[in-house]
Design a protein around this ligand. Structure first.
Ligand code: MSP
Length: 517
């Protein structure tokens, strides 16, 4: 840094890039919202954040979808990719970049990566005979199949025989095991690390990285009869988007990534193939992976055939009287399921969370505080102060909430981070009920209680903002604070006492009108 200020720590996080053969659905939104909340949290910590998402546009699956739609693959991808970008905008996703694998910067980087692995002797020509699932864009061996079908899609796999280039993954087993042994905690939750290690220990097979039977992809730089296997192409997005092959300075600044957020179904590609590909090219492996479970609908995986695909945009539509708004939806997906485990999306669960945590706890706290400040403090928020035991306990609860929220975000556990924050909201509602300021005459005792409650609202607005950014900003403004809550910092040293007092407090409409279950 030239101005003498210390460099801010970087934080780079990614979502998977989504196939453009489907429109954005709840499952895509889930991983993306978790990534967004994590990115927002790190901005509050003061980190120099780079949050990436994008679309996966090459390969047989996309070519087939384009054929079915009667469009050229590029045209087809051009028609779907904006649906993802728009959906993320409507869900208040703050990605810093959006990569499409059909972009030139990506093609350049993929070819550079291929060439580096090839020059290192890890890519060789061979004949592939075996089983392939187009929906997964993945190879299987007999043992992987369920009743002869793909274990994920339960559909028949295809027999294929092709001359392909292979990546010699089999050479990387020991190096991967050593790397993971040296980097405990790189994969969260930790039980996923055991799964990866178990898989590597079974012995790794080489995998094919090229195709000749169709043309929708990136040609190999040394043999343009072959196009790059879509997973080799797709994984590279994480480096091509930050300048690999096109902007060396940016790449040096951003890589290695802090967290790849992924679903459990793509763990082998990300935790086995990808670090081996990087090692082969002489690039450092990622620092971390955060592996999420599936968000099921009615206990089942969403699919077009079952007809249970949930479109998140319907749920957040402000004109839908049964909707819960963007924040209601974001809060639900973050709070309902511990990240890593499978969750079950139900409309009742969504409304239940909304009414309990948002309308009754958070919304009610703000409305009570604003009402009492209006009636007993002339609408001007007093500064916090501590002269009673209950005030001391509240300040302690606030500092516990801040510490725990920090720790739980560090473990990429949004549901537990929010639980720690909501614990403070509940403690504050209890503090008001103990002190009953609405029953007292105006004066220093009421001012103390209201100042302390306002101080909590200030803290909660910051702590909850990664999950419910619009609400956090509204609370911030209603308690009279200037600027943007997103520009604040998580208070790490002095937690308590920064609400200045003397600010106009506005009641306004309910933040979360109750919904009928
Ligand atoms: N294009 C690949 C990823 C390449 S990353 C280099 C892909 N795309 S996908 O669109 O099929 O899925 C992307 C991610 O969405 C996966 O992590 C998958 O787990 C996640 N989800 C898709 N449906 C899901 C649920 N119903 N629940 C949770 N996540 C699921 O795979």
């Amino acid at each position: 840094m030239t101005d003498g200020s210390p460099a801010r720590p970087g934080f780079y996080a990614t979502t998977p890039i989504y196939y453009v053969n489907a429109k954005p659905h709840l499952g895509h939104a889930y991983t993306t919202i978790v990534g967004d909340a994590l990115a927002r949290w790190h901005r509050l910590l003061g980190d120099d954040v780079h949050f990436l998402t994008g679309t996966d546009e090459h390969g047989l699956k996309i070519q087939q979808a384009a054929d079915a739609a009667g469009l050229a693959p590029q045209q087809f991808a051009d028609s779907i990719a904006p649906l993802f970008a728009d959906a993320w905008q409507r869900l208040d996703i703050t990605n810093d970049d959006f990569i499409r694998t059909t972009e030139q910067r990506h093609r350049i980087g993929v070819q550079k990566l291929l060439q580096a692995c090839y020059d290192n002797g890890d890519i060789e020509l061979d004949t592939y005979r075996g089983l392939y699932c187009v929906a997964c864009e993945a190879y299987y061996v007999e043992d992987d199949l369920t009743d002869g079908n793909c274990p994920i899609h339960k559909r028949p796999v295809e027999q294929v025989e092709e001359e392909n280039y292979f990546f010699r993954l089999s050479r990387y087993g020991d190096r991967l095991l050593k790397w993971y042994a040296d980097h405990p905690g790189a994969i969260v939750p930790d039980y996923r690390m055991n799964e990866v290690i178990g898989f590597i220990k079974q012995g790794l097979l080489d995998f094919s990285i090229s195709r000749t039977s169709f043309s929708w992809g990136i040609p190999l730089p040394w043999d343009d009869k072959h196009i790059t296997y879509v997973w080799f192409d797709a994984l590279a997005n994480y480096i091509t988007a930050v300048g690999y092959g096109t902007n060396g300075d940016q790449f040096a600044r951003r890589w290695p990534v802090d967290y790849h957020l992924i679903g459990k179904d793509i763990i082998r590609f990300h935790c086995v193939y990808w670090p081996a590909m990087l090692m082969s090219a002489g690039i450092e492996p990622p620092k971390g992976w955060a592996v999420g479970g599936w968000l099921l609908v009615g206990g089942e995986k969403m699919s077009k055939t079952t007809g249970n695909v949930v479109n998140p945009l319907d749920l957040v539509d402000e004109s839908n009287p049964e909707g819960v708004g963007v924040d209601g939806f974001r809060y639900y997906v973050l709070a309902e399921t511990p990240y890593g485990a499978d969750g079950d999306f139900t409309y009742e669960g969504l409304i239940g969370r909304y009414n309990t945590d948002l309308a009754n706890n958070f919304g009610n706290l703000l409305s009570r505080v604003a009402t009492v400040v209006g009636k007993k403090c002339n609408g001007v928020g007093p500064a916090p102060s501590i002269t009673t035991d209950s005030a001391r306990e509240l300040a302690n609860a606030a500092s516990t909430a801040v510490t725990e929220t920090i720790e739980r975000w560090r473990d990429v556990q949004p549901s537990r981070a929010l639980e720690a924050t909501w614990q403070l909201i509940r403690a504050t509602n209890a503090y008001l009920e103990t002190n009953e300021p609405w029953k007292s005459e105006p004066g220093p005792a009421v001012d103390e209680v209201m100042g302390n409650a306002l101080e909590v609202l200030r803290l909660v607005a910051i702590l909850a903002s990664p999950a419910v950014p619009r609400t956090a900003q509204a609370v911030w403004e209603r308690i009279g604070l200037p600027g943007r809550v997103a520009d604040q910092r998580v208070p790490r040293d002095t937690v308590w006492g920064n609400y200045p007092g003397g600010l106009t407090v506005v009641k306004g409409d309910p933040l979360f009108p109750r919904r009928q279950a």
